[in-house]
Design a protein around this ligand. Structure first.
Ligand SMILES: [Zn+2]
Length: 220
């Protein structure tokens, strides 16, 4: 594999990051007091955001959050492995967020066109992509549910993505610290879906089992 380089021999992808960093340095200097306060005070984010690694779905852009406002876990297909699963990354972030940062709202956000959800529908070579193959197993419950529902083909993809978010909310509740917080009314869990084509967020309403525009749920 070869990577494209500029006249000085710098990898073009790295060069892009360097140029972005140069612009950031100017912004940093302009807004120095803000960044200094971030560095000198303990972080106090508003939300634990569990989202997909997908480069097109940028939590701080969608919510217009500033640095310091979102505590993020991003992984392929915004998975929350259940508490007993062989994964520590998400559980550790949940505990850190709730115990050490005092966060009381957790958002699990899926998105349309999620390749991580789609991955299970295609054969994954077990030798070459063992980690990926094991990871996308976390999306299997949603695939199973939607397959059993016998939906028309065009509806299956979006239905799987929504069902997957709902399963991750169930998985959040397998963490004792979350379940207790929710039961005592101290912690809120929220299932969202980002529609990439329209730039819209939908929210799951567990009372009705339906999805609605995020702003509609707020005004209801
Ligand atoms: Zn995704």
């Amino acid at each position: 594999m070869t990577t494209a380089k500029d006249a000085q021999g710098i990898d073009l992808d790295i060069k892009d990051a360097m140029e972005g960093y140069e612009r950031f340095r100017l912004e940093f200097e302009r807004d120095k007091s803000f960044y200094k306060s971030l560095a000198t005070k303990k972080q106090k984010p508003r939300l634990l955001w569990i989202g997909c690694s997908d480069s097109r779905v940028v939590p701080s852009q969608i919510t217009q959050a500033d640095p310091g406002e979102l505590f993020e876990v991003r992984n392929i297909a915004n998975c929350v492995p259940p508490a007993w699963a062989d994964d520590e990354a998400v559980g550790a972030a949940i505990e850190y967020a709730l115990v050490h940062l005092g966060i009381d709202d957790i958002v699990v956000c899926g998105h349309t066109g999620c390749g991580g959800i789609q991955a299970l529908a295609e054969p994954i070579p077990p030798d070459a992509e063992a980690h990926l193959g094991r990871w996308v197993e976390y999306t299997r419950p949603a695939h199973r549910l939607v397959a059993a529902a016998g939906l028309p083909e065009a509806e299956r993809g979006p239905a799987t993505i929504r069902a997957h978010v709902q399963f991750q909310l169930d998985n959040l509740m397998t963490y004792e610290i979350v379940a207790r917080g929710v039961a005592e009314g101290r912690v809120g869990i929220h299932g969202w879906l980002y529609d990439m084509e329209h730039g819209e967020l939908q929210a799951y309403d567990p009372k009705t089992g339906s999805w609605r525009g995020l702003l509609e749920t707020a005004s209801a």
